[in-house]
Design a protein around this ligand. Structure first.
Ligand SMILES: Nc1ncnc2c1ncn2[C@@H]1O[C@H](COP(=O)(O)OP(=O)(O)OP(=O)(O)O)[C@@H](O)[C@H]1O
Ligand SMILES: [Mg+2]
Length: 224
């Protein structure tokens, strides 16, 4: 896998240098010691995330994903999922809502837990790359009698046009993304794309720098 060793090297070298400093120089200042330990912990977290995501993506690429499809209401999944990570949205005071006109419950037929994983990554991204007091809005639309379109929009930092074609590649992160969040692995959207394609559906992105980002994906409407 291209870039893989680089993705490991950065956090490992960072951990190494902080641990070496702690061992050799034994900073007297407890505040400094704590700061070095916190940096170490952040990079350990990054390595752990990377390994979990790598396991997941390799099993997706081996075609091991077994979908367990049921009928469920999209709006309920969106609200439950936001609720489950609202603690992450609080420090930035980011709010979530279903767009006006999209409140009427729509039932889809898909693997609910896998779709929850997608929604979770989209919300986490919208929070990580979002602005203070920002908002996340979800739109749910019936495109034809077979498909439902779900769009998650934020009013965050956005993505430059030149980066958009690469955004679903594994490990791809924008410079702004890296600067706003040190623990990400750049695998979230690659995993989302795999899951949607395993459902035989599509995912796409629109974004404008300093305005915001919208990610949309389709799902099969409920089977009667
Ligand atoms: N809503 C968003 N607003 C701005 N930039 C975004 C948004 N979503 C994704 N990005 C950019 O796309 C990159 C890839 O996102 P992706 O979810 O794949 O990885 P990640 O969030 O960096 O790490 P993780 O593996 O933890 O999800 C991010 O690093 C960021 O640069
Ligand atoms: Mg992510």
């Amino acid at each position: 896998m291209q870039n893989l060793s680089h993705e490991f090297k950065t956090p490992i070298f960072t951990i190494q240098s902080y641990v070496d400093t702690l061992l050799q120089d034994e900073p007297e200042n407890p505040v400094l010691r704590r700061k070095f330990l916190e940096k170490t912990a952040k990079n350990v977290e990054r390595l752990t995330n990377l390994l979990t995501d790598l396991d997941e993506i390799s099993s997706l690429e081996r075609g091991e994903l077994v979908l367990v499809k049921t009928n469920f209401v999209v709006q309920d999944l969106l609200k439950d999922t936001f609720e489950s990570i609202s603690i992450k949205a609080e420090p930035k005071a980011i709010k979530f809502s279903i767009k006006k006109g999209c409140e009427a419950p729509i039932v889809v037929h898909a693997d609910k837990e896998k779709i929850r994983q997608i929604v979770l990554n989209l919300f986490e991204n919208a929070i990580k790359y979002g602005k203070h007091n920002g908002s996340i809005k979800a739109g749910i639309y019936r495109t034809d009698d077979k498909r439902i379109l779900i769009e998650v929009s934020d009013d965050g930092v956005g993505i430059a046009e030149k980066s958009l074609p690469r955004i679903f590649e594994r490990f791809y992160r924008t410079d702004i993304g890296r600067s706003m969040d040190a623990t990400g692995s750049g695998l979230g959207l690659a995993i989302c794309k795999h899951i949607i394609e395993a459902h035989g559906q599509t995912i796409h992105i629109r974004s404008t720098q300093d305005v915001g980002t919208t990610i949309g994906f389709t799902l099969r409407a409920k089977k009667d």
